[in-house]
Design a protein. Structure first.
Ligand code: NAD
Length: 458
């Protein structure tokens, strides 16, 4: 039986893979193909070892792959064959030229647009899935329609709000799906085609429609707001440490105000991930380019606080360990930027590991899912570092443990056994506030958490 709709996704990464697996699962009548220039990644998507870890992803891919979900490197052929193209390529921060370190690097995106233009032989709806600067759709439509002959391209914005670590749940029951388009008859028709896909499983009142610029900007703004909450609570954590207020109590008291809400108020060593920093910097860049310097400064301070929180964590370790960690073994519990993912991009653990190595510590990195990515993040960094999947082995004969990812398994370790195996006095720096600090103190640890009174035996 022929498929009802043919959908292509360009970019088989953390967004493209899971999102398309969900569409294939929810819409068995659609043919969904995911392509990438990275042949290794496509090979992994077609194997038993998927290129990314997400709870529930293996099962979803097993159910759909070969039925109506396909992974391929034949980009040109797939462009020609499909009706709707989701573009989910990476949009990192520019590292060169004008806007370096701030603006989004749109080279992958533009290359994709030109490739679509070259190989499309029928009308297509192009869906911006990548996070892009506001008004990119205009540039995209100009490139696509400048020399398209009789082929028509409509660009729709459909930013992705999934969070790594809970991607499958977020895609299955999203808070909302946002779809923006031009408000012309053709634009509205293209918008409806994308709404119809999601309406297969998302309640209609959770599918928000808007103009294309609102949709593009909402994604940047949403990430900026999320990161801002973390920087806000982290800034207060520093004050807690000076005043004996307890950050968990303060966060609870703030979060019970229904106008504020409880989510995203967990103090920590800092936020990481591939998106928050790059999207805020992009927002800052856009604001500056429109002459809105005060607005730009406001959002830039969110990144500044995050960097300060990371460096404060290292300074705190040093100060408590008698101002030197040279030659001391320090176990890092967690290297992923958050729990339930193997993704290490912009992880605060990178910063902490580098800082400790600069101080000539012996750094042992442990993580249940991120040990294949961790060495890549530290490539070229000098110093004594090892990678050890077993946290007990990592902590053996260490002077200190730093908890850098909120993996559940670190809550449940036998800390008496850990304590016995360490050099005394033994320290735990809980950069995620996930451990039972009183209990650890009773065992004999010196416990330094974020935004809390130090529990020390001397
Ligand atoms: N990771 C997240 O949690 C998340 C959440 C929401 C939005 N986003 C946004 O989604 C976009 C993709 O993010 P990601 O984390 O999936 O990135 P990623 O780096 O994991 O994946 C992008 C993929 O695109 C491929 N690619 C690049 N150029 C290509 C081309 N011309 N043709 C075919 N494939 C090409 C790359 O090889 C790579 O596999 C970014 O804009 C990001 O900001 C990410």
């Amino acid at each position: 039986m022929p498929f009802e709709k043919t959908i292509l996704c360009i970019g088989a990464g953390y967004v493209g893979g899971p999102t398309m697996a969900m569409i294939a699962a929810k819409c068995p009548g659609y043919k969904v193909t995911v392509v990438d220039i990275n042949a290794d990644r496509i090979r992994a998507w077609n194997s038993d070892h998927l290129p990314i870890y997400e709870p529930g992803l293996d099962e979803l891919v097993k159910e759909t792959r070969g039925r109506n979900l396909f992974f391929s490197t034949e980009i040109e052929k797939e462009i020609a064959d499909c009706e709707i193209i989701f573009v989910s390529v990476n949009t990192p921060t520019k590292t060169f030229g004008h806007g370096a370190g701030m603006a989004a690097d749109l080279q992958y995106w533009e290359r994709t647009a030109r490739q679509i233009l070259r190989h499309a032989n029928s009308n297509k709806i192009i869906v911006e899935k990548s996070t892009l600067p506001v008004r990119t759709a205009l540039a995209m439509e100009r490139i696509l329609n400048a020399s398209s002959g009789n082929t028509r391209f409509d660009v729709v914005s459909n930013p992705e709000f999934l969070a790594e670590g809970s991607a499958i749940k977020d895609l299955d029951t999203p808070d909302r799906v946002l779809i923006g388009s031009q408000e012309t008859p053709e634009g509205l028709q293209a918008r409806k085609a994308i709404v119809d896909i999601y309406a297969n499983w998302v309640p209609r009142d959770k599918i928000i429609e808007s103009n294309v610029w609102s949709s593009e900007l909402s994604k940047l703004a949403a990430n900026a707001f999320l990161a801002q909450r973390i920087s806000s609570i982290n800034s207060i954590s520093a004050l807690c440490e000076k005043t004996e207020a307890n950050i968990d109590e303060v966060a609870y008291a703030i979060g019970t105000d229904s106008r504020i809400g409880a989510g995203f108020l967990k103090a920590s060593v800092g936020f990481g991930g591939s998106c928050f920093k790059k999207d805020i910097l992009n927002l800052v860049y856009i604001c500056r380019s429109y002459g809105l310097d005060t607005v730009a400064d406001y959002w830039q301070s969110v990144v500044k606080i995050n960097e300060w929180q990371e460096s404060r964590f290292i300074r705190n370790m040093l100060a408590n360990m008698f101002n030197t960690v040279a030659g001391k073994r320090i176990a890092l519990f967690g290297f992923a930027f958050k729990a339930n993912t193997g993704d290490t991009r912009e992880s605060p653990a990178i910063y902490v590991a580098k800082g400790l190595l600069e101080e000539q510590a012996e750094v042992v990195i442990s993580d249940p899912k991120a040990l294949s990515n961790a060495p890549k993040e530290l490539e070229g960094v000098e110093g004594d570092m090892t990678f050890e999947p077993d946290p007990y082995a990592a902590a053996k004969e260490a002077h200190a443990i730093a908890v850098l990812t909120e993996w559940n398994q670190y809550r449940d370790l036998d800390y008496e056994r850990v304590f016995e195996s360490m050099i005394q006095p033994a320290f735990i720096f809980d950069g995620r506030n996930i451990l039972d600090h009183e209990k650890l103190y009773e065992i004999g640890f010196n416990v330094l958490a974020i935004g809390k009174k130090p529990l020390k035996h001397f």
